[in-house]
Design a protein around this ligand. Sequence first.
Ligand SMILES: NC(=O)c1ccc[n+]([C@@H]2O[C@H](COP(=O)([O-])OP(=O)(O)OC[C@H]3O[C@@H](n4cnc5c(N)ncnc54)[C@H](O)[C@@H]3O)[C@@H](O)[C@H]2O)c1
Ligand SMILES: O=C(O)C[C@H](O)C(=O)O
Length: 308
Amino acid sequence: MKVTVVGAGAVGASCAEYIAIKDFAAEVVLLDIKEGYAEGKAMDLMQTASLNGFDTKITGVTGDYAKTADSDIAVITSGIPRKPGMTREELIGINAGIVKEVSSKLVEQSPNIIIIVVSNPMDTMTYLVHQTTDLPKNRIIGMGGALDSARFKYRLAEAMEAPISDIDGMVIGGHSDTGMVPLTSHATRNSIKVSEFLSEERLQQVAEDTKVGGATLTKLLGTSAWYAPGAAVSGLVQAIACDQKKMFPCSTLLEGEYDLDDICIGVPVILGRDGIEKIVDIPLSDAEKDKMQESAEGVKKTNGLLQL
Ligand SMILES: NC(=O)c1ccc[n+]([C@@H]2O[C@H](COP(=O)([O-])OP(=O)(O)OC[C@H]3O[C@@H](n4cnc5c(N)ncnc54)[C@H](O)[C@@H]3O)[C@@H](O)[C@H]2O)c1
Ligand SMILES: O=C(O)C[C@H](O)C(=O)O
């Protein structure tokens, strides 16, 4: 299994590190445009191999796509992150050009690749990869919901003073400060609905804290987060590489599912060796359906800014 990670910055390097530590991939190629940067990150990571006990071979390259040839999976993290006070949508002007160029170069070298899009605004960048490449829809995956769900579980555990391993929950919808739809009515602690433990008001607070999870970290760090994003991406890569058939909320092209069409947005999917092997249609309450439609309107508005 060969995995390419484009962008050796905060998220790309974290993602490569988690993939290596989990030790399921033979090879990870890190690619960046900054001269020597990916080579340096790869060497530093390889010097953790004997300490962390992995055999994954990590190499770094500057702009040399030939070295990515025959990759099974690529992760696109290239592009600028937001600064405090910005929305993810404001990144579109710079990141759209980068994602377009990177995705076509990846497919040139690896025509059967599965692409996981991370760069923001992620749902729109995932849609852009569809417009740019001829890859079938199961091979283009946007990562956002896996991260947002991890943050939701963190906030639920905090509110209940419970260990995170007790909690299950999922966030669907667009990966934006206003568009996320935390499924509070489906969330559980050891299969008991969380509404049995938390007041409606506290649950609403958990949902709001989840939605601004990325913005909260950006304010604290001065740039956006990387540990949880890197871990979330590595989970998706592992599910595909190891054919796990695991369910994650991912951004995928909808063609009628959830009453939505011609849009990439977060919904539960099954990930296995073919990428997105199934879109899972789960029953939503009327309120959740309305939130999903509202979220989709926001994503479509951002898609409208793409110069296709
Ligand atoms: N979807 C998510 O859940 C999620 C989570 C975290 C970050 N992000 C997004 O991921 C992106 C990267 O964030 P980061 O914190 O790693 O930023 P970063 O600045 O640390 O790293 C980005 C890297 O991309 C490289 N790059 C720029 N243009 C390139 C090109 N054409 N080809 C190859 N490499 C190129 C830069 O040199 C840099 O090293 C941002 O857009 C951020 O908003 C998304
Ligand atoms: O918040 C951001 O801009 C980065 C990322 O989308 C995140 O949710 O951490």
